[in-house]
Design a protein around this ligand. Structure first.
Ligand code: AMP
Ligand code: MG
Length: 360
């Protein structure tokens, strides 16, 4: 829960014009700064991503990257928004969940800005920001959401004051599963082409399904066994289900099979939650939402259950500052600001621990 609700900060809905929030995203590899006005217009959304020389995200290196680029990304965002810092109404930052060193770097910059400008600070839950930007950009009002990214995999919907979790990964996130596999396959993430997107491209060139572990436990799922098995098939290049296919497996076949298994698992859980909650909208958000095959599976189940399918636009799918700024405006309207002394980051901040009074 937010630590402080300041009654006199309540902003009436008719007073939204001319108010701006600057949002800082720094929960993992991306350092993003967005500026939005309180009506939901995005005036700027700038970012710079840390790209590891080899391997996955090194938390301290990512934090160092964020500190190095912060000045320039902030400057770009304000100049794109054509605003001076003193015109800002509040500063929002990604308070969690995420990697400690990365989160702390963004939080420090946000605190310094808020203190210097003498304006309120708003701590935003990163996962909720992915949902809210998806709703803003797609027009969905009350969706069941599948949020899939490098660090998170969960199925969630609003009920009784909070986003409730209906299913989630028991181990690694879907994006992380794709990224680790892709790196082992030598698919280095280049600027503009995330590893997940490289896997998607290769998967287009195969329809050869290799049997891999499919682990759904109730409403939760597990992806680590799938990752290990896919990596083993890749290394051995031998199909585990020899009787039904050729003896060798190309990289394209493993990419295709990995996607089909992983996406079917999240789709199964999402479909069950859709039936249970009887929501009439389905939202796909987070970095992996850019994947067209996953989008088609989600669109299929939405149609089956008479729900409207929505997907976050690609430029807001991956971590970004605009989603933090927008969610900051929603929280600020309800006086959900935090004193600097209480603005510690929360590395494991779950969506179901956060009150969302802006949803009625
Ligand atoms: P985020 O954690 O929200 O910044 O999103 C980054 C994640 O999205 C990484 O795991 C990427 O590999 C993944 N990603 C980006 N584009 C795609 C795509 N087209 N298909 C699958 N995963 C993707
Ligand atoms: Mg990211």
């Amino acid at each position: 829960m937010y630590p402080c609700i300041v009654e006199n900060l309540m902003v009436k809905f008719e007073d939204l014009g001319g108010k701006y929030c600057l949002g800082i995203e720094s929960s993992a590899d991306d350092f993003g700064v967005g500026v939005v006005d309180f009506t939901g217009e995005i005036l700027a959304n700038q970012s710079d991503s840390y790209i590891p020389i080899e391997g996955g995200i090194h938390p301290r290196e990512a934090a160092r990257h964020h500190a190095d680029v912060a000045d320039s990304v902030l400057g770009q965002a304000l100049s794109k928004a054509a605003l001076k810092a003193k015109e800002l109404t509040c500063i929002a930052f990604s308070q969690g969940p995420g990697l400690g060193p990365s989160l702390r770097t963004g939080a420090t910059i946000a605190r310094a800005l808020a203190a210097y400008l003498e304006i309120p600070l708003v701590g935003v839950n990163h996962s909720i920001a992915h949902i809210e930007i998806g709703k803003l950009k797609s027009g969905a009002k009350d969706p069941l959401t599948l949020y899939v990214s490098g660090g998170n995999t969960l199925v969630t919907a609003y009920a009784l004051g909070r986003y409730r979790i209906f299913g989630e990964t028991l181990d690694i996130a879907l994006g992380n599963c794709l990224d680790v596999f892709g790196r082992k396959a030598g698919l280095k993430g280049k600027k503009g082409l995330p590893v997940g997107a490289a896997i998607e491209q290769l998967a287009h060139n195969s329809q050869h399904l290799v049997t891999l572990p499919y682990v759904v436990k109730g409403m939760d799922l597990s992806l680590s066994g799938l990752l290990t098995a896919a990596t083993t098939v890749l290394q051995n290049q031998v199909c585990p289900s020899k009787s039904s296919c050729q003896d060798t497996c190309r990289l394209e076949d493993v990419c295709y099979s990995l996607q089909e298994h992983a996406f079917s698992m999240v789709t199964e859980v999402t479909e069950r939650a859709l039936v249970h909650t009887e929501k009439k909208e389905l939202l796909l958000t987070g970095g992996v939402a850019a994947n067209k095959r996953l989008q088609s599976m989600m669109a299929f189940i939405a149609k089956e259950h008479d729900a409207q399918f929505n997907v976050v636009p690609q430029q807001y799918a991956t971590d970004n500052g605009a989603m933090i700024a927008w969610t900051g405006t929603l929280a600020y309207r309800y006086g959900l600001v935090i004193p600097i002394a209480e603005s510690m980051v929360k590395r494991r901040w779950r969506v179901d621990k956060v009150d969302v009074p802006w949803i009625q």
